[in-house]
Design a protein around this ligand. Structure first.
Ligand code: PHE
Length: 345
């Protein structure tokens, strides 16, 4: 056989092999193609190989070289076809994509325990007829002190006891400070509304205290104010008792201790008690804040007539009520923002 004829035959054999290997749609079709072209006994490549012997001597090396190339190419095409069939087999075995299944559920956050407490306290006091009032956190001395009957000489006005701002009010030129108590809102409400008044105000207050288990330089207060005809200390006590038992449960007791605030007369410290199960059920008292009957000076300063109306006010620490309710022994936990703590609420 002439070299040219041999090479032409090899060429068309390789093309035919590539085509049927690539077209094999399953394992048995592929096996049939393999036997047809690469079969050891009667494969078509084998019969071409046999013709190598009939090539004239000088052309033999070229024919042999080309034969080997064609053989390697056909074997490579076989491997590719095998891999292609394996890939589609594993894809078919994997679970088919189901677009109707729900997606992975994202982990939802929730409100901070103090925010939850604030919302719940608003609810409880709302049922007792108190509406929510708000005031600014940056205050002037009139609302934080003077209208509350706190004179300039009072130790509570010491610059070291307050966070004064380094800038004064733009319109007034007067000193400004971060409010140290929500009692400021009492004044703002009474200045702008005639009696009767029945409000609560919840928000942040600031004092340069060293942080410890029961103090923090920024904390939250719930302020209450009720002004009407013939309001008495007994009304104050019933409202606080209802408040405490609604939020903390029925086993809570309330204790008033005589105290002093410039804007209430008489004034009391409010303690709440509970049975400490960690201490063998011993009765424990915790100070929740201050309260009292609104001082006539304060009523007069906002234009109310103390002969006509009286009222009570209270200011309690939100962190303390929240900590007491959940058995948290250190209020600093509320501000560490450790999710392992927060996700328990
Ligand atoms: N404002 C007082 C405080 O922060 C608490 C208080 C409020 C006392 C209302 C009496 C009446 O300590």
């Amino acid at each position: 056989m002439a070299l040219a004829e041999f090479l032409a035959e090899l060429e068309s054999l390789e093309a035919a092999a590539r085509q049927s290997l690539a077209a094999a749609a399953d394992a048995s079709a592929l096996e049939a193609a393999r036997v047809e072209f690469l079969g050891a006994k009667s494969g078509r490549l084998k019969s071409v190989q046999k013709q190598l012997g009939t090539i004239p001597g000088p052309d033999k090396p070229a024919a042999g070289k080309r034969f080997n190339e064609a053989k390697l190419a056909i074997e490579a095409a076989l491997t590719m076809a095998q891999e292609r069939l394996e890939r589609s087999a594993t894809q078919a075995a994997a679970a088919p994509f189901d677009p109707t299944l729900p997606g992975p559920r994202p982990r939802l956050g929730h409100l901070h325990p103090l925010t939850q407490t604030i919302e719940e306290l608003k609810d409880i006091m709302g049922r007792l007829g108190f509406t929510v009032a708000t005031g600014p956190e940056i205050e002037d001395e009139r609302h934080n002190f003077e209208a509350l009957n706190i004179p300039a000489s009072h130790p509570a006005r010491d610059p070291l006891e307050n966070f004064y701002l380094s800038v004064a009010g733009v319109a007034t030129g007067e000193p400004l400070l971060l409010r140290s108590q929500t009692s400021t809102v009492q004044i703002r409400v009474m200045e702008s509304t005639p009696p009767p008044v029945r409000i609560i105000s919840l928000g942040r207050v600031y004092r340069p205290d060293t942080a410890d288990a029961t103090h923090y330089p920024m904390f939250h207060q719930i302020e209450g104010l009720l002004i009407d005809r013939k309001v008495t200390m007994a009304d104050l006590k019933s409202v606080l008792r209802l408040f405490a038992s609604s939020f903390l449960g029925g086993d809570v007791h309330i204790r008033f201790r005589p105290s002093f605030f410039p804007f209430t007369e008489p004034s009391v410290e409010v303690d709440m008690s509970w049975h400490d199960t960690h201490a063998g059920g011993a009765i424990r008292w915790i100070e929740m804040g201050g309260a009292g009957m609104v001082d006539p000076h304060v009523l007069r300063a906002v234009g109310y007539d103390p002969e006509e109306v009286t009222g009570f006010a209270f200011g309690l620490g939100v962190e303390r009520v929240c900590a007491r309710r959940h058995g948290v022994s250190d209020i600093r936990e509320f501000y560490r923002n450790d999710v392992r703590f927060l996700h328990q609420f």
